[in-house]
Design a protein. Structure first.
Length: 365
């Protein structure tokens, strides 16, 4: 492609600014238009970013109909990810959709169907995949060094970290903590083992902090989860213990773990989603002796610096652009993230019903 890549942005709220900051660093990309359902918001967004030639609209349909584009970033409310992504795909446009992929499992399946029918890429915005330590852990597990993984546990969590705005409005966000950072936890744990198919989920989700004005000033309008835990049974006799929190009386929900038949890996207090350094340990037996080692031995207690400097958000956006230009498959394909969405959907349903639920993933055909 000799000319610049023409990109549109659907939804011009907070996360759209991160997309714009990345796109503006690329000389081979131009932002040609955008849309937001709030009157005047898209126009103000482009004025802020000094893009007087970018066309602003108040619906995704108007943008798609009136502007020639090579791809779009979908940065809308969680509950409208599916409709906007599908509209773009049906118009023949590659899509980079922010996380979570959608609100319901069926929406995620419909997005994949639209992508396949249009033969256009659908990639989902899990930028932590580009961090050095995430890739290092994935590499170790893929090598077979810890054998068959049979138990996985997510860790980390926020002691206090309830975001504002639409994040705490069920009509727009769908989920609370689960859809904000919970989906990251699911991806970090399961991408490393190539996403086994989830079968059943037993979960709880609470809102004790968000509903309490002592901890959250908007308690009277808070109507999503701020904490959730789930026990997920998966194909291949894999068990996944999921935990995530926006607020709690603890500094962490523990370590992220992968236990295998030949070894184990522990991320102390879980990965940091903003790419701060993580401390990772590996446990094995060597010549009959139990051996504990740090994956980065030069930083055994505090990894003050990442060995590889990378802006993971920029890397995510660049990969999307290169996939379009080079005709490559989606960097983080929707087909894979459907399993992530299936677990979110299962956690939501199980928590509502207060019992274990089965996960049935519809066909893409």
């Amino acid at each position: 492609m000799d000319r610049k890549l023409r990109i549109g942005i659907i939804g011009t709220g907070g996360i759209a600014g991160a997309h714009m900051a990345a796109y503006k660093q690329f000389d081979d990309v131009e932002i040609v238009g955008g849309a937001d359902i709030v009157p005047g918001k898209a126009k103000a967004f482009f004025e802020k970013w000094d893009l007087p030639n970018a066309q602003a609209f108040e619906s995704a349909e108007e943008l798609i109909k009136n502007v020639e584009m090579d791809g779009v970033s979908v940065c809308t409310y969680n509950t409208t990810h599916a409709e906007c992504a599908i509209a773009a795909l049906e118009a023949g446009l590659p899509v980079q959709c922010e996380k979570p992929m959608s609100f319901t499992l069926q929406e995620a399946v419909d997005m994949v169907k639209a992508s396949r029918k249009a033969n256009k890429i659908l990639t989902i915005g899990f930028q932590p995949r580009y961090s050095y330590m995430r890739r290092k852990v994935d590499e170790i597990i893929a090598s077979g060094a810890i054998g068959k993984v049979y138990y996985i546990q997510s860790g980390g969590g926020r002691r206090r970290g309830i975001p504002g705005g639409t994040f705490v409005q069920a009509a727009k966000a769908g989920y609370g903590c689960l859809g904000d950072i919970g989906c990251y936890s699911i991806d970090e744990c399961l991408h490393a083992v190539k996403y086994p198919k989830p079968l059943t989920v037993s979960a709880i989700a609470t809102d004790y902090f968000g509903k309490n004005p002592k901890y959250w000033p908007g308690a009277d309008t808070f109507d999503v989860d701020d904490f959730s835990v789930a026990f997920v049974r998966m194909e291949g006799d894999v068990t996944f213990l999921f935990k995530q929190s926006w607020a709690m009386h603890a500094d962490s929900l523990g370590d992220t773990l992968w236990l295998g038949t030949e070894g184990g890996i522990k991320v102390i207090n879980g990965f940091d989603y903003s790419n701060k350094p993580s401390r990772v340990m590996m446990f094995t037996d060597v010549n009959g002796q139990q051996v504990d080692s740090y994956v980065l031995p030069s930083h055994p207690f505090d990894a003050y610096e990442n060995p590889e400097k990378i802006d993971i958000f920029k890397a995510k956006v660049r990969d999307f652009c290169d996939a379009i230009k080079q005709g490559r498959p989606a960097p983080i394909p929707g087909e894979e993230i459907v399993y992530n969405q299936a677990i979110c959907d299962g956690i939501y349903r199980s928590a509502k019903l207060k019992r274990e639920v089965e996960i049935e993933i519809p066909s893409f055909d």
